[in-house]
Design a protein around this ligand. Sequence first.
Ligand SMILES: [Zn+2]
Ligand SMILES: [Zn+2]
Length: 344
Amino acid sequence: MPETPWREAITAVRHRAMQVLTPGAGFTLTYVDTPQPRPGQVRVTVEACGVCHSDAAITAGDVPHVTFPLVTGHEIAGRIEALGDGVTGWGIGDRVAVGWYGGDCGYCDACRGTAVMCTEPQIPGLAYAGGFADSVTVPAAALAPIPDVLSSAEAAPLACAGVRVFTALRQSAARPGDLVAVVGLGGPGHLALQFAATMGLRTVSIGRGHGDAMAALELGADIYLDTKTDDVGAALRDLGGAAVIVAIPTNTMMTCAAIKGLAEGGQVIVLSTTGTTLGHALPGPKLEFGHWGGTAHDTRQTLEFAARNGVRPWVEQMPLEQAGTALTRMASGQARFRMVLTTT
Ligand SMILES: [Zn+2]
Ligand SMILES: [Zn+2]
């Protein structure tokens, strides 16, 4: 959509940002100065930004070393608006996504191996102002190109929830034909079902109640199990046992039920931005690992895989100003299945 002169006038100097002034204070629409990108940075006009569980924790002040006021948001999709000195390989107008990985320090031990584990990660919303705004200015290293077939609202959730589940599944022990159980049907869960099914895995969706059963099957699940009425562990064992269980920390009770159906040598993957694990919940010597997501390169691969194979986030879009309502819908589990804020 062409920008109005009014909008150009605003973004040239100042832009809208949904600031959180103090922990738990909710969002305040603020007009903030739009910075010029420094060397190595780019400025991106935000078209869409997904609402992640981490945003609830960050805005509540539950994440260490967070300083307020802040602008959260790390599932960003938009267009490059300005390039800092020394940025090569990108052009004005390029469609790009930025996720939880928003850059790294470049010199710690992790950066010499897997940069996503950097000890000084540049997470949008924490290290610098995030995507609940008209504009973000980020390191060029954080950018992933968006394939043409994905809208910005579709691309945004793939930059955090998507890359997290896709990378976790790719690094897991599951191989085509193996049984994978996905606990919960929220933002990460509904994407995990699609990625797992597309990868040729036998996919079981585990939920609570039967309200989401049809959606789970439509998203690619072979079977839906209801923790209210089914003995999930026994059902998974009858199917041969799950090679991998994909879980998020907020679904611990459902995950515990599913773990009883883990195959010998199976894995439990906990998708967590904070490295949270289930700890004592695992009976016996099961392998468990947390998963943070991936680098901008992983995000690029996630977007390309999704584009080629028909994996699409199911999103509910809301205008930027309704960030508070969107966060509440996400946190209460009402979103089907990802809330996305839009700026136009
Ligand atoms: Zn996230
Ligand atoms: Zn580092």
